[in-house]
Design a protein around this ligand. Structure first.
Ligand code: SF4
Length: 211
């Protein structure tokens, strides 16, 4: 059953974070539900006819956006259904829109992402003309240090999800491994979005989504 105090807390923090991102040049939205976020995304944020690249995301999975993007209204760089994943991720760097979630964000409007290959953080930093981030309030923390720690602490779950053969997928504990399958290779901190007006959009949802 939904806890009313958690919901209240999520709304307060979600709205505060959205305002902080707005002040840093993001287009920032707050929604109560994942369903509202999906509607907002498809009706307002993502125009029909554009090309779309994707970052791997449990949140987008929960939103069930993939069938829509695979339809005739979008040109999807489909990283989940392709012959060459590396090439599709490279092509995604030139997409009109890049759609993803995030590993952590601060209440003062910073975003932190930790990648394996770097294909997601590369696209978030540069390339696609627009970046849309869909994220649950569970990923809001107070400080940048906590955001980096959060990104690292949830990495074993991402390793497990992606089938990486790392020590953390056996024990659940990070050993700061030094092997080819290591997932924690590229860290991106997005401090500010003023450089390219209109490029970055964030939709903050008052639900627990992803890790
Ligand atoms: S550094 Fe290695 S052990 Fe630690 S979370 Fe990342 S992949 Fe797992």
């Amino acid at each position: 059953m939904e806890n009313q105090y958690r919901k209240w807390f999520g709304e307060k923090r979600g709205r505060l974070a959205a305002q902080a991102f707005r002040e840093k040049g993001w287009t920032a939205h707050y929604t109560e539900t994942l369903e509202d976020a999906k509607k907002l995304l498809l009706e307002t944020c993502l125009p029909k006819g554009v090309s779309v690249g994707l970052g791997g995301s449990e949140t987008l999975g929960a939103m069930e956006i993939l069938p829509v993007l695979r339809g005739s209204e979008y040109h999807l760089y489909d990283r989940y259904n392709c012959a060459d994943h590396f090439e599709v991720c490279r092509e995604s760097l030139m997409a009109d829109y890049f759609l993803t979630s995030a590993n952590a964000m601060t209440i003062s409007g910073e975003m932190v992402n930790l990648d394996c290959s770097g294909s997601r953080v590369a696209a978030m930093a540069y390339g696609p003309r627009h970046v849309i981030v869909v994220v649950g309030v569970n990923k809001i923390v107070d400080t940048l240090e906590e955001a980096i720690a959060r990104a690292r602490s949830i990495a074993p779950m991402n390793c497990k999800r992606n089938g990486h053969k790392t020590p953390c997928t056996e024990t659940g504990i990070c050993t700061d491994c030094n092997i080819p399958g290591r997932m924690c290779n590229q860290l991106l901190i997005t401090f500010n979005a003023q450089k390219f007006a209109g490029k970055y959009t964030i939709i903050i949802i008052n639900e627990e989504l992803g890790f």
